[in-house]
Design a binder for this molecule. Structure first.
Ligand code: ADP
Ligand code: MG
Length: 266
């Protein structure tokens, strides 16, 4: 156990240095680069070409929406840029680090600290309070529990739920649960928030509140936010919109250009 910890601590320190160096040299530029990313799912004889060669740079501190119909490859692309799955071909760089070069310990370190993940179904642990849910990633990162508790309360304050800290997810509305999930994603001060259909299970108004919260977090924390969605409400909130169709990047636009496009469609 202690050997394993030492091993991963040493690697974490090394990777930390490597990433810190990369961040210094990359300040103001791109936080994620995807180059020719392809993904083929093979099941027996059949092949699904979920991504057909996507090249995309994500700027540090931007709010990017990835738009596309169901089945177009949004979640698959998220799994690639979040280091959750490997592309069949192509490269993904996070802070200039080619994540294919990382060993499992380094990849786990990166997933734990660099990227915060938010899902449509919130994925909170039901037997834990909000506070414990938000503290969990900090305990994975080895943070002292008293510090973790304080930080968790601070983040819950940021998302407007400090007074609900001791409640369990089942006692909260969908919008509140998504806020807890966002707080949990922020626990280890990630550079990037990846939110896959974060408003998919919420009503219109609650969805808008979540979008506002993302904007607020981008503005106050400088965190890069990438959402995958087919929710058109996301359009006006984002800095850039990336349209994916059938595994291809169809176009990249600004909210203004997207409105024009939508008017043309209707
Ligand atoms: P979206 O998130 O835009 O709805 P997905 O990335 O989930 O799209 O899916 C893209 C395509 O890849 C779909 O045809 C889907 O059925 C297929 N797909 C996604 N995940 C898998 C998987 N684990 N195994 C096989 N096929 C998959
Ligand atoms: Mg999806």
């Amino acid at each position: 156990m202690s050997n394993g910890q030492n091993h991963s601590t040493g690697l974490a320190a090394g990777l930390s240095q490597m990433l810190a160096g990369a961040v210094d040299s990359a300040k103001g530029s791109y936080v994620i680069r995807a180059v020719g990313v392809r993904k083929v799912y093979k099941m027996g004889e059949s092949e699904t070409h979920a991504l057909r060669g996507i090249t995309l740079d994500v700027r540090r501190g931007e709010y990017m929406s990835i738009m596309g119909p169901s089945g177009s490859g949004k979640s698959t692309f998220f799994n690639m840029i979040g280091g959750l799955d490997k592309p069949t071909a192509g490269k993904v760089y996070i802070d200039q680090v080619d994540i294919a070069q990382l060993d499992p310990y380094e990849l786990a370190w990166l997933r734990c600290r660099k990227v915060g993940y938010i899902f449509q179904m919130f994925n909170l642990i039901q037997v834990m309070s909000c506070l414990e849910n938000v503290m969990l990633p900090m305990s994975f990162a080895g943070k002292d529990s008293e510090e973790a508790r304080e930080r968790a309360l601070e983040i819950l304050e940021l998302v407007g739920l400090r007074e609900r800290a001791l409640h369990k997810p089942a006692e909260m509305s969908g919008g509140q649960q998504q806020r807890v999930a966002i707080a949990r994603a922020l626990a280890n001060t990630p550079d990037i928030l990846l939110a896959d259909e974060p408003t998919g299970n919420l009503d219109l108004r609650t969805g808008e509140e979540i979008i506002e919260l993302f904007k607020h977090l981008r503005d106050t924390l400088g965190v890069t936010i990438i959402t995958a969605t087919h929710d058109l409400k996301m359009l006006k909130a984002s800095d850039r919109i990336v349209w994916i169709e059938d595994g291809n990047l169809a176009r990249v636009s600004t909210p203004e250009e997207s409105n024009i496009h939508l008017e043309e469609v209707h």
